[in-house]
Design a protein. Structure first.
Length: 204
């Protein structure tokens, strides 16, 4: 009987990633993943509900990282200030040791439409959680939604840059650079006067 030892989930994840990359996600079974590390299929399903969850099991830890940053925001912080704190806190989840894993994981997701959809749902879920927590802190609905979506947009851009093959900066450094770009672009809104903009014609 296979022993349930510490680190079993991590061993299964590492084996799955190698098999997915070598054979393809669809062609790899849970049994093959378990056998690759000398375990049984039953042991695999003690840790993961299906092979897809090998790639997505860290979602709650990432959400917790966002919320830890939100909790650190002062009571008088604006919604966007709080959202940025949450975003910066997420950098703790992406240390340099995780970069190679993240690159390989993303390449597997990019090759599979169903996994792409699952990844999009994951990020949307984090955005909804962040917006809900901002509302709990007193932000009105629109401000909470806008701040959360800006944070998640910046997160997505930063993550894509961070896993690029030639990228050496830490995730926090990449996030800061992206936020500077967001601030620069958003600043252009000051030059757009709403008074002089005609509303769209109905039906157009």
């Amino acid at each position: 009987m296979a022993r349930w030892m510490p680190g079993t989930a991590e061993r299964l994840q590492a084996a799955a990633l190698e098999l997915f990359a070598a054979r393809g996600y669809e062609q790899t079974t849970a049994t093959e993943i378990a056998q690759a590390v000398g375990l049984t299929e039953r042991t695999f399903f003690r840790h993961f509900s299906d092979k897809r969850e090998v790639l997505f099991s860290g979602q709650q830890s990432l959400i917790d990282a966002f919320l830890a940053g939100l909790d650190s925001a002062p009571d008088d912080a604006t919604p966007i200030e709080s959202a940025v704190r949450a975003l910066m806190s997420s950098a703790s989840f992406f240390d340099d040791e995780r970069r190679a894993w993240s690159r390989k994981r993303q390449s597997i997701i990019d090759d599979n439409p169903a996994l792409q959809e699952r990844e999009a749902l994951k990020l949307a879920g984090i955005g909804r959680t962040l917006a809900a927590e901002l509302r709990v802190r007193g932000a009105d609905g629109v401000a909470a939604e806008v701040a959360a979506q800006i944070a998640m947009m910046a997160f997505g851009i930063a993550f894509t840059q961070w896993i690029a093959e030639d990228e050496k900066r830490s995730f926090a450094e990449v996030v800061m650079a992206v936020l500077r770009d967001v601030r620069s672009v958003a600043g252009d809104l000051d030059t757009v006067g709403a008074d002089g903009i005609e509303p769209p014609t109905a039906g157009v």
